[in-house]
Ligand binder design. Structure first.
Ligand SMILES: CCCCCCCCCCCCCCCC(=O)SCCNC(=O)CCNC(=O)[C@H](O)C(C)(C)COP(=O)(O)OP(=O)(O)OC[C@H]1O[C@@H](n2cnc3c(N)ncnc32)[C@H](O)[C@@H]1OP(=O)(O)O
Length: 145
């Protein structure tokens, strides 16, 4: 079958980042794409939000809410059938906030080994209490103890 993911030239191939574990791996379905087979940006944003929230939740040792999407770049299109890996790293911890950088890589043309960085974003989460109010991010030592 001829599909966008096996007819589009591979713009780069460096493989997946070495020595890092993705927070999420997902494969978009036809219902996540427009009529041209390009996956909706909103679908990608939603998965990025979830991926970024995972290290933020661990660091906050509890609930977080997204307060800001600071930057979001759709560097290359995502196609139905791409295997997406979401890598998320905390880049800043404030009093109540945690900022996370998320990078997304697509594995496509799997028989020809094509890996493409498709998206990069930075989001800020706020640690919240049971009343949805900001709470202090706990000191790192208390998490490791
Ligand atoms: C781990 C393994 C198991 C996991 C198992 C559980 C999995 C779990 C998965 C759940 C996955 C859900 C992931 C999606 C999470 C949503 O989608 S949440 C839904 C969307 N977001 C919302 O509805 C939030 C709505 N906003 C609010 O409720 C309030 O703004 C908040 C978030 C409570 C914050 O209250 P506020 O009074 O506005 O905050 P304020 O005191 O002014 O500022 C708080 C901090 O934010 C910073 N801030 C304020 N404005 C900005 C801005 N524009 N830009 C950047 N920073 C800002 C401030 O500088 C401050 O930082 P610190 O100096 O304290 O560090």
């Amino acid at each position: 079958m001829t599909t966008p993911e096996n007819t589009t030239p591979c713009p780069e191939h460096r493989g997946l980042p070495v020595g890092r574990m993705p927070e999420l791996r997902m494969m978009p379905a036809p219902s996540d794409a427009n009529v041209y087979g390009d996956v909706f940006g909103g679908w990608i944003m939603s998965q990025v939000d979830i991926a970024g929230s995972l290290p933020a939740t661990r660091r906050a040792n509890g609930r977080v809410a997204t307060i800001s999407v600071n930057s979001f770049v759709f560097k290359n299109p995502v196609f139905v059938g791409d295997l997406l890996s979401f890598y998320a790293d905390i880049v800043k911890v404030g009093n109540t906030s945690i900022t996370v950088n998320v990078e997304v890589y697509a594995e496509r043309n799997r028989l020809q080994a094509c890996t493409v960085k498709v998206t990069e974003a930075t989001l800020t989460y706020v640690a919240t209490d049971s009343d949805r109010k900001p709470r202090k991010v706990p000191p790192l030592e208390t998490l490791l103890a």
